[in-house]
Design a protein around this ligand. Structure first.
Ligand SMILES: Nc1ncnc2c1ncn2[C@@H]1O[C@H](COP(=O)(O)OP(=O)(O)OP(=O)(O)O)[C@@H](O)[C@H]1O
Length: 255
C-alpha cells in the first residue's frame, strides 16, 4: 500500500489555474473513485499524485516523504499508472507490453530476467488474459488492451494502482468485467484510485468517492451517501430528479 497525500496543492498549465489549494489523502486501501465533469482536473490530479506533474505550490507525499525526493524507479515500484487505452505504434506482443511493467526492477542495461518473465506471465493470468500473451497488442480489443495495461501495472509490483477512466470505450459487458476485476484487486489488498464519468461505476465498486469541480473537491465520502440523484445533479449542473434514487433500488442513482 502506498499512502499518498496532496497538501495544499495548486497547479497551473502555463497561466491557466487548474487545481487550487487541494488537500487529499488516499492510496491507503480500498477503491477511490474520482468523479467530475470534463475539464474539472481529474487527470491532472492523478498526474500530480504520480509525480508526472509537479505542483505549482504545495507538496505531494508518498508514505510521508516528499515525492520529488523519491527516485522515479522507487516511485514506480509503489504506484502504478494505468493510462487510458491507446494504440501502441509498434506491434508488441501483449506479453511484451506487460513485461515493460518490470522496467523499474530490471537490472543493468534494462535486461529482463526469468523472474520478470514469470511475474509478467502471472499478471496476465491474474487478469484472465493469459491466452492473449502472444497476440500483437495492436490487434486485441479495447477491453483486452485495458486488461493488459492493468496486468502491466501488477507486474510493476505496485500495490497502489492509479487508473485513468479504465472503463472508457468499453462495451457494457467489458465495463462490468473491468469493475469486477477492480473489486477483486481490492479484495487481494490492492488500493485503486480511478477516474470515471459514470456515477454508477463509482457507486458499484468504490469505498470512497471524491467529487471534483473546477479543480476543487466539492464532496468526499461514501458512495451511498454522496452519489445520490441530488449529489450527481449538483456536480454536473443538472436538474435533480427526486424519483431517481428510488426508481431502481440501490442499483442506480440517476436517470
Ligand atoms: N497539457 C495541457 N496544457 C494546457 N492545459 C491543459 C493541459 N491538459 C489539460 N489542460 C486543461 O486543464 C483542465 C483540466 O484538465 P484535465 O484533463 O485534468 O481534466 P479532466 O477532469 O480529466 O477532464 P476529462 O474528463 O475531459 O478527461 C482543462 O481545462 C484542460 O483544458
Amino acid at each position: 500500500m502506498a499512502p499518498v497525500s496532496l497538501e495544499d496543492v495548486s497547479f497551473r498549465y502555463r497561466r491557466q489555474p487548474v487545481i487550487e489549494r487541494l488537500n487529499l489523502a488516499c492510496g491507503d486501501g480500498g477503491v477511490l473513485a474520482l468523479l467530475g465533469p470534463n475539464g474539472s482536473g481529474k487527470t491532472t490530479l492523478l498526474k500530480l499524485l504520480l509525480g508526472i506533474l509537479e505542483p505549482s505550490s504545495g507538496r505531494v507525499r508518498l508514505d510521508g516523504r516528499d515525492l520529488r525526493r523519491i527516485p522515479a524507479r522507487e516511485r514506480a515500484r509503489r504506484l502504478a499508472y494505468v493510462p487510458q487505452v491507446h494504440r501502441e505504434a509498434f506491434g508488441y506482443r501483449v506479453f511484451d507490453v506487460v513485461l515493460m511493467g518490470r522496467m523499474p526492477h530490471s537490472g543493468f542495461l534494462g535486461r529482463y530476467g526469468v523472474t520478470d518473465r514469470r511475474l509478467a506471465g502471472e499478471a496476465l493470468e491474474r487478469l484472465g488474459i493469459g491466452h492473449l500473451a502472444e497476440r500483437p497488442y495492436t490487434e486485441v480489443s479495447g477491453g483486452e488492451r485495458q486488461l493488459a495495461l492493468i496486468a502491466r501495472a501488477l507486474a510493476q509490483g505496485a500495490r497502489t494502482l492509479v487508473l485513468d477512466e479504465p472503463t472508457n470505450g468499453l462495451d457494457y459487458g467489458n465495463q462490468q468485467r473491468l469493475l469486477d476485476r477492480l473489486a477483486r484487486l481490492r479484495r487481494d489488498g490492492y488500493s485503486c484510485i480511478f477516474t470515471t464519468h459514470h456515477p454508477d461505476h463509482a457507486r458499484r465498486v468504490a469505498d470512497r468517492v471524491v467529487m471534483l469541480r473546477r479543480g476543487e473537491i466539492v464532496r468526499d465520502g461514501a458512495p451511498g451517501e454522496i452519489v445520490t440523484a441530488a449529489g450527481v445533479a449538483a456536480l454536473y449542473g443538472l436538474e435533480p430528479d427526486p424519483a431517481a434514487d428510488h426508481a431502481q433500488g440501490d442499483a442506480r442513482c440517476f436517470p
